[in-house]
Design a protein around this ligand. Structure first.
Ligand code: IMP
Ligand code: MG
Length: 188
């Protein structure tokens, strides 16, 4: 691994980030997900909706490997307050989708799924427009603090209950551009 993280002192605790998932492993997961999704939606229409900003890197790599699916790309941006299981959590739409999902297959794309609140909020918002079907793909799944029952149909990898950055995932907006994924090791 390149350990590109060590070059960025603005991540105050950069020395506490440990290489976790390599570029090669990510590529393998993305290819495998793209194959599965291609088979599932072969020769069908599909609206792929990325939840900004974290999903953009994964989405870009994923859709370029999906074959024989007539797909459109859209995005939504949410503001969420309250991430723990105990907090109720409030979600606001900051940028809504632009496409009409009525009668369409929709695939929600997340880079990581934790509580499930953002994806469930989007799913419920989409249901008003009567899509044909709404499924979700997440690259990383952290099921430990899940508060909703909207399960991803496609999962790249189940990971431990770590805080991770890289490949779209940020710590206070930094680290999204790292090619590899690092986890935060808490000092004991
Ligand atoms: P949730 O499933 O609604 O809790 O939201 C998942 C969102 O929380 C992701 O899109 C990320 O923005 C953020 N998130 C969850 N876990 C992590 C992490 O380990 N690192 C960075 N962001 C995370
Ligand atoms: Mg974030």
């Amino acid at each position: 691994m390149s350990e590109e993280i060590n070059k960025f002192p603005q991540l105050a605790s950069s020395s506490q980030f440990i290489p976790y998932i390599s570029k090669e492993e990510i590529n393998g997961m993305v290819s495998s997900l793209a194959n599965t999704i291609s088979k599932k939606y072969e020769n069908e229409d599909l609206i792929v909706i990325g939840i900004l900003k974290g999903s953009t890197f994964f989405l870009a790599d994923l859709v370029r490997q999906i074959r024989n699916v007539n797909l459109l790309i859209d995005f939504a941006l949410f503001d969420s307050v309250g991430r723990t299981k105990e907090e109720v959590g409030t979600i606001r739409i900051k940028q809504d989708i632009k496409s009409n999902v009525r009668g369409k297959n929709v695939l929600i794309v997340q880079e990581i799924l934790q509580s499930g609140r953002a994806a469930t909020f989007l799913r419920d918002r989409l249901m008003i427009s009567k899509p044909r079907n709404v499924e979700m793909v997440t690259l990383f799944n952290k099921p430990y603090q899940r508060v909703t029952d909207f399960s991803p149909s496609f999962i790249g990898k189940e990971i431990d209950d770590h805080f991770v950055i890289g490949y779209g995932l940020d710590l206070d907006q930094y680290g999204r551009n790292f090619k590899e994924v690092y986890y935060l090791k808490y000092p004991n």
